[in-house]
Write a protein that binds this ligand. Structure first.
Ligand SMILES: Nc1ncnc2c1ncn2[C@@H]1O[C@H](COP(=O)(O)OP(=O)(O)OP(=O)(O)O)[C@@H](O)[C@H]1O
Ligand SMILES: [Mg+2]
Length: 444
């Protein structure tokens, strides 16, 4: 089996110790980074994936154990080995209470240190693997399903099946929560590279200065903090699909580089001259109007034309209300904690049908999840729905009533003519008598 790479960060204010460890610990498959204080260490941790930290118990710029606590809280999958001086055993034990993996006393026994590092690294790998397994299990449980029988959903399913095997880019648009992720996953699942992992990146989560490097990777020394070369998502997604969500967040420069990938299947790491080849299927999503972004000069026009060649537009849920009963049934089954069945009363269902669902399917899912918790005897009534939803649904129902539209219009006109009933009745084309009758009805 290929050995997993291990990156170690040594944090010690004594230069001799940093040098010694750097020299002794470097072997193939292992990188050693060093920091002289807490501040430098945090900077490194922001930019690097570190597996094992070897940390002096006492550092000049942080209180004892403070850095350990912060690291354990903020860095996923890392083990910390403390370096302690003579007579510091109590503090070392204290450190272990805060999550340190082990401690090693100065002067070092390098063989023991090697052993401890190796064990700590094994533990990191195991934790990471467990989390991946757990994640995959969760995903399995949530195997994507695209529920809906409205005409628009049927069209989308048709498009997905047609476009999936082709390697062309697809732009998926639609309001937040409307199912863009679901469509992207379905395209990948039905494509020739479905056995490979779909790589997903939300561009809104990319730090502006690091976006290019995260996507394309960087060469060692290409910017401050780039102490080692790093691969980007493009290389991880080789022979697979890369789904870039919220594409409108990317800078024009990065958009131009993505256009190059689409046109020539080539990209360049930050700080490198030569181009690399990549075989990747790109999917994009956004809830912004990219044509407007182009007009505002925030989006590259050529790039938009290229990705817009195949666009799947998911309509908001309020425009395909005929899907609601199916979706409600689906979520009632899927979200049922003990596989028991739930029933929804007609009045609750009609609230659901009347509501406008600004948060789309995500909102519906949350509402159903909540109602299952509140249901008594597995029956979902209006009382299990959020109050805002019930009242908004009632309002929209009222708004639909002609009487109310008429009332609003009459009162608006009356207000416009400053209470002059003669002019109001003339402009409305009704007799004054009728107007009086209606106003009496409205208690005016
Ligand atoms: N047609 C559908 N059938 C079943 N579940 C769906 C459907 N569409 C969306 N969902 C579910 O609704 C939730 C929101 O969908 P998704 O994450 O795909 O939305 P999105 O458009 O990507 O939103 P955002 O713009 O916030 O990223 C998810 O839990 C998803 O599984
Ligand atoms: Mg999404």
């Amino acid at each position: 089996m290929e050995k997993e790479k291990c990156t170690i960060l040594v944090i010690d204010d004594e230069q001799s110790i940093r040098r010694l460890l750097e020299k002794e610990l470097v072997i193939p498959y292992r990188d050693v980074l060093t920091a002289a204080c807490g501040k430098d260490a945090k900077k490194i941790l922001k930019n690097h994936w570190v597996d094992v930290i070897i940390m002096d118990l006492r550092l000049p710029d942080v209180e004892d154990l403070q850095l350990l606590i912060e690291v354990k809280e903020s860095v996923a999958y890392v083990e910390v080995i403390m370096i302690t001086g003579h007579g510091d055993v109590d503090s070392a034990v204290e450190a272990m209470k805060y999550g340190a993996y082990d401690f090693i006393q100065k002067p070092f026994n390098l063989d023991r240190l090697e052993l401890v590092i190796e064990k700590a690294h094994q533990r990191v790998l195991m934790a990471r693997e467990n989390s991946i397994l757990r994640h995959n299990r969760d995903l399995d449980k949530q195997k994507v399903q695209f529920i809906g029988k409205s005409e628009s959903i049927r069209d989308i399913k048709f498009l997905i099946n047609k476009v999936a095997p082709a390697k062309i880019p697809v732009l998926i648009t639609g309001e937040s929560g409307s199912g863009k992720d679901v469509v992207a996953r379905m395209i990948h699942e039905r494509s020739a590279c479905s056995s490979r992992e779909l790589i997903i990146k939300n561009c809104a989560s990319l730090q502006k200065e690091l976006a290019r490097s995260e996507l394309f990777g960087h060469a060692k020394g290409s910017f401050t903090g780039a102490n080692e070369s790093r691969e980007g998502l493009m290389s991880y997604a080789h022979d697979s699909t890369l789904f870039l969500d919220e594409i409108g967040e990317l800078s024009l420069g990065v958009q131009a580089s993505l256009l190059r990938v689409l046109e020539s299947h080539k990209y360049r790491r930050v700080g490198e001259k030569q181009e690399r080849k990549v075989n990747v299927r790109l999917l994009f999503a956004t809830n912004r109007k990219l044509a407007e972004e182009v007009e505002e000069g925030r989006f590259n026009e050529a790039f938009l034309h290229r990705i817009n060649a195949f666009n799947i537009e998911i309509p908001p849920l309020k425009e395909r209300k005929e899907d609601l009963p199916l979706l409600v049934d689906y979520f009632l089954i899927r979200l049922s904690p003990d596989n028991s069945s739930y029933k929804i009363v007609d009045r609750a269902m009609s609230c659901i049908l009347r509501y406008s669902w600004p948060g789309n399917i995500r909102e519906l899912r949350n509402v159903i999840e909540r109602s299952i918790i509140l249901a008594e005897n597995n029956i979902i009534t209006e009382r299990c729905l959020p109050r805002e939803l019930v009242s908004a649904a009632e309002e929209s129902h009222a708004a639909l009533s002609l009487d109310l539209v008429e009332k609003r219009h009459i009162l608006k006109m009356l207000h416009f003519f400053e209470g002059n009933r003669q002019k109001t009745s003339e402009i409305l084309g009704i007799s004054r008598k009728t107007l009086y009758r209606k106003l009496a009805l409205y208690n005016q």
